[in-house]
Design a protein around this ligand. Structure first.
Ligand SMILES: CC(C)[C@H](C(=O)O)[C@@H](O)C(=O)O
Ligand code: SF4
Length: 420
């Protein structure tokens, strides 16, 4: 019997020759990531102090202050200070502050390697499966156990195989592909399962696009989202000075999948998730003309270099509609710098966009772009729950960065294809 990617990674981390879905394994954690919301906050810190055993391996811990940066008030500033001080007290050198959403920092700074087990106090930790790791979100209490022992128990998930074949048509991006998948699977359809994306559409995608896909595995309830390791993965790592030769990790031919879904990319059209569920997905043509107040490009899902580059292509030489706000937050300081150097930020700004610092703030309605009652926002982020970006009486449509850009031009939801 063959094994899936998840079975292989989990078996190895548990020191076993094989594993199958349903097994409960104690596995060694390669990296523990904490953000500033559920990371080393007061309770974890106090309990750790009380236990007086220190942390298992300070070099395997990465802490990123991203949700509360830039702090909008003294309370947020105090949380960030607490997080920073905790890292110095425990000798955690991998501390980042104010440089962008944690998940982008994890991959960009080379903290994620194929075949690793990574846990993080944030649900979108599942994104790192784009590099062939088994990564998943956990709560603070579980993280306390990991901080002390370096281990965690996990139930080996069943795997849903999602195959996409064919070329992505003009005007569609990875975001359309993943929204289409979510629309089919449903927001709880893959609960505690792993989703493995295969097929030549995925194989031909750059890492920026692959990450937009695995990032949203949790929006179907999944434990992890994975993509087989290939030359594109290794190239991405090389750019981060990681020159190791990793195996091309993938599922065996005879592996058991609990479900197999097949999609033809050639039939894909620009889509959006409508209020207030991520699986409420429809073709943009069905909601064209819906008036918007704010357009947002950013987050760990939709603010990478390629996202801004594509949005700039749509917006170049155009102006956003009167009365509309277009906010852009590059997913990291590094992406900011590259986009600035390549003139992408200038093109966006010339069209009327306001470039914000790299932050989680807008994505979750914490600061820097919160929306008011009655307002409608189209966003390249990953969640459109009630009140996610501000008022419980606001509405959020999720779409690709180019669909967000097209909507900003017209002041209403619009088909991006006419601008390419
Ligand atoms: C605040 C944090 C716990 C949360 C998460 O876990 O995902 C946030 O990042 C989100 O996107 O909703
Ligand atoms: S950018 Fe949004 S989705 Fe990503 S970690 Fe931050 S709040 Fe969560």
């Amino acid at each position: 019997m063959g094994m899936t990617m998840s079975e292989k990674i989990l078996a190895q981390a548990a020191g076993k020759a094989s594993a199958k879905a349903g097994d409960i394994l104690w596995v060694k954690v390669d990296k523990a990531m904490m953000d500033d919301v559920l990371g080393p906050r007061v309770e974890i810190a106090e309990k750790l102090k009380e236990l007086n055993v220190g942390v298992w391996d300070k070099d395997k811990i990465v802490v990123i202050s991203d949700h509360y940066t830039p702090p909008a008030n003294a309370t947020q500033a105090a949380i960030v200070k607490f997080t920073r001080d905790w890292c110095s007290a425990y000798g955690v050198d991998n501390y980042y502050e104010f440089v962008g959403p944690c998940h982008q920092i994890m991959v960009e700074k080379g903290h994620v390697l194929p075949g690793q087990i990574i846990v993080g106090t944030d649900s979108h930790t599942c994104m790192y499966g784009a590099l062939g790791s088994f990564s998943t979100g956990i709560g603070s209490t579980e993280m306390l156990g990991v901080l002390v022992t370096g281990e965690i128990w996990l139930k080996v998930p069943e795997t849903v195989k999602v195959e996409w074949s064919g070329n992505l048509p003009k005007g569609t991006m990875a975001k359309d592909l993943v929204l289409k998948t979510i629309g089919k699977v449903g927001h709880v359809g893959a609960t505690y399962k792993a989703i493995e994306y295969v097929g030549n559409t995925i194989e031909n995608m750059i890492m920026d696009e692959r990450m937009a896909i695995t990032n949203m595995a949790v929006e179907m309830g999944a434990k992890a989202g994975l993509i087989p390791v290939d030359n594109i993965t290794l190239e991405y790592l090389k750019e981060r000075n990681i020159n190791q030769n990793f195996d091309f990790l993938k599922s065996d031919k005879e592996a058991h999948f609990c479900d197999e879904l097949r999609f033809n990319a050639e039939e894909l059209e620009p889509v959006a998730a409508c209020p207030h569920e991520v699986d409420n997905v429809t073709e943009i043509k069905n909601i064209e003309g819906t008036k918007i107040d704010q357009a947002y490009i950013g987050s760990c899902t939709g603010g990478r270099y390629n996202d801004l580059l594509m949005a700039a292509k749509v917006l170049e030489g155009k102006k956003i509609a009167k009365g509309i706000r277009l906010l852009v937050s590059p997913s990291s300081k590094d992406i900011w710098d590259r986009c600035a150097k390549d003139g992408i930020l200038q093109k966006l700004s010339d069209a009327g966009a306001v470039i914000l610092s790299p932050t989680c703030g807008v994505c979750l309605g914490l600061h820097s772009g919160t929306i008011a009652p009655g307002e409608v926002c189209i966003s390249s982020t990953n969640r459109n729950f009630i009140g996610r970006m501000g008022s419980a009486d606001s509405q959020i449509y999720l779409a690709s960065p180019i669909s967000v850009a097209a909507a900003a031009i017209e002041g209403k939801i619009a088909d991006p294809r006419k601008y390419l």
